[in-house]
Design a binder for this molecule. Structure first.
Ligand code: SF4
Ligand code: SF4
Length: 198
């Protein structure tokens, strides 16, 4: 049955949708008609643009990197495997002591909750760190780490930094929990650095 609007209905509609009578309907701007000569011209132009990128690479030659013999260079600020540091200033009384004092600020800053620090009091006759306390346990679960760098920013003593090493894959998750001894060990740093402007 065909619906008919009476005067009351029209008035109600005008109240509900006043813009219908005021001529302020927003016109949707549509693109040009996809077909025809203009369409073919646009498609041809877009194809040429894509080909320009492809052809530019043709003259660069092959870019194959023979990994693992050859490694991809990383940028100087690349954040890779963590390192824990000792004091290295020759002749000072802190020489060789661990910089980490077990304050857990890095663990608090870590968004992935992957750092575990257990602090202990230093024995004055056999100090481990230069502070009152030291990290008896310091572990980073690298299977959870997102390499954000918040831990190195949070550390007030530069005790932990992130190196350039990125080869950290393993077969077991438990092997990706790096202990304090592993983090203090002399870093391998096999990843080459990019030269300036490279
Ligand atoms: S890099 Fe980020 S996620 Fe990884 S241990 Fe540090 S704070 Fe946590
Ligand atoms: S690495 Fe730095 S922030 Fe983390 S527990 Fe040690 S001293 Fe504190």
């Amino acid at each position: 049955m065909e619906a008919k609007l009476n005067t009351e209905g029209i008035e109600a509609m005008n109240r509900e949708f006043p813009y219908l009578n005021e001529g302020d309907v927003v016109e949707v701007q549509r693109g040009p008609d996809p077909g025809g000569t203009g369409g073919a011209y646009r498609i041809f132009g877009a194809t040429l643009k894509g080909l320009r990128t492809t052809l530019a690479r043709v003259f660069e030659g092959p870019m194959t990197i023979q990994y693992p013999e050859e490694k991809t260079p990383v940028y100087p600020r690349f954040r890779g495997r963590h390192k824990l540091h000792r004091f290295e200033d020759e002749g000072s009384e802190t020489m060789g002591l661990e910089k980490c004092v077990g304050c857990s600020l890095c663990a608090a800053a870590c968004p992935a909750d992957c750092i575990r620090v257990v602090a202990a009091e230093n024995d004055l006759d056999n100090r481990v760190s230069a502070g009152e306390r030291y990290a008896e346990v310091y572990e980073i679960n690298l299977s959870r780490c997102i390499f954000c760098g918040y831990c190195e920013v949070a550390c007030p003593f530069d005790a932990i930094t992130m190196g350039h090493e990125y080869e950290m894959s393993d077969y077991n998750r438990s092997d990706l929990i790096f202990t304090k001894e592993m983090l203090l060990a002399e870093p391998i740093d096999r990843a080459p650095l990019r030269r300036e402007g490279e």
